[in-house]
Design a protein around this ligand. Structure first.
Ligand SMILES: [Fe+2]
Ligand SMILES: [Fe+2]
Length: 276
């Protein structure tokens, strides 16, 4: 990643702390030099869309283009050794262990019926209040099986900037982006993309004989419902405030590019470490 002056790690740590005025100013300055121009760039390149149907068509074409998976995803599914897959799982631990926590601020910014749809997603993310089913716990189970640390401070030792960028983007979209449509578009994309995206990791777990691949298979199952709930959320948002479909697409493209880079960087690290 070309970001030089900005520490995406420090931004992540700030995002997860109680923000006094100084810290909040630091977060805003970091975002102003990173994600704000990135989103402006994506917005300038995005098609100007008029309706929710236009957004759905655009989303479908983005998802179709990603269906076969990037070379890094196919590598995970078909070739990664246990040690290489372990590196990838550790790389995404800061995401798995904090899953969906950074979505909460967006909920309060939505009209009530849209809140209900997003809350139905959140309830599943948090295992309907049952720790054994919480997605973060499913990830913890996988980390434990691989002999990796299972608490957040212990998995941050050498996390890639690309992973921090992916994580930090949701803090901005949920809390500070004036238009909450970026968040809605990004999450609608993510929930729709994950069943295909996680099929690669699920295949790796099966191939490597891991017992705790459920983190991935559960997402393949449940995110189909979450994708529909996010469409409901967007419909309900539109009913109250109207919708800017271009901003939904920008959110999707932002997430697609950040997540794609994070997976590529994780695999590159795994391969470099294994010395193949
Ligand atoms: Fe999840
Ligand atoms: Fe989900």
């Amino acid at each position: 990643m070309t970001t030089t002056l900005l520490s995406l790690r420090n931004l992540f740590l700030d995002n997860r702390s109680v923000p006094d005025a100084e810290r909040y100013a630091r977060i805003e300055a970091a975002e102003a030099g990173w994600i704000v121009p990135l989103v402006a760039e994506l917005e300038a390149a995005a098609p100007v869309l008029a309706t929710r149907a236009d957004w759905l068509a655009e989303l479908k074409s983005l998802l179709d283009s990603e269906k076969g998976g990037a070379p890094s995803s196919r590598f995970i599914a078909e070739e990664a050794t246990l040690a290489e897959f372990t590196t990838v799982v550790l790389e995404f631990a800061p995401d798995g262990l904090t899953e969906a926590q950074n979505f909460f601020p967006a909920v309060a910014r939505l009209p009530i019926r849209a809140q209900m749809a997003v809350m139905r997603v959140m309830i599943d993310e948090f295992g309907c209040g049952n720790i054994a089913q919480a997605h973060s716990q499913l990830y913890r189970d996988l980390l434990a099986e691989l002999g990796l640390p299972t608490e957040l401070p212990d998995v941050l030792a050498d996390t890639n900037d690309e992973t921090f960028a992916f994580l930090n983007s949701f803090y901005w979209m949920a809390s500070r982006a004036v238009d909450v449509e970026y968040f809605l578009g990004a999450l609608a994309y993510l929930e729709a993309a994950i069943p295909d995206a996680f099929a690669f990791q699920a295949r790796a777990c099966e191939r490597l004989g891991l017992a705790h691949g459920r983190y991935y298979t559960e997402h393949i199952h449940i995110d189909d419902f979450h994708m529909k709930e996010m469409q409901t959320a967007i419909k309900e948002y539109e009913a109250v405030h109207g919708i800017n479909p271009t901003k939904l697409v920008v959110g999707a493209r932002l997430l697609s590019s950040l997540l794609g880079s994070a997976v590529d960087a994780a695999v590159a690290k795994a391969v470099a470490r294994s010395g193949r």
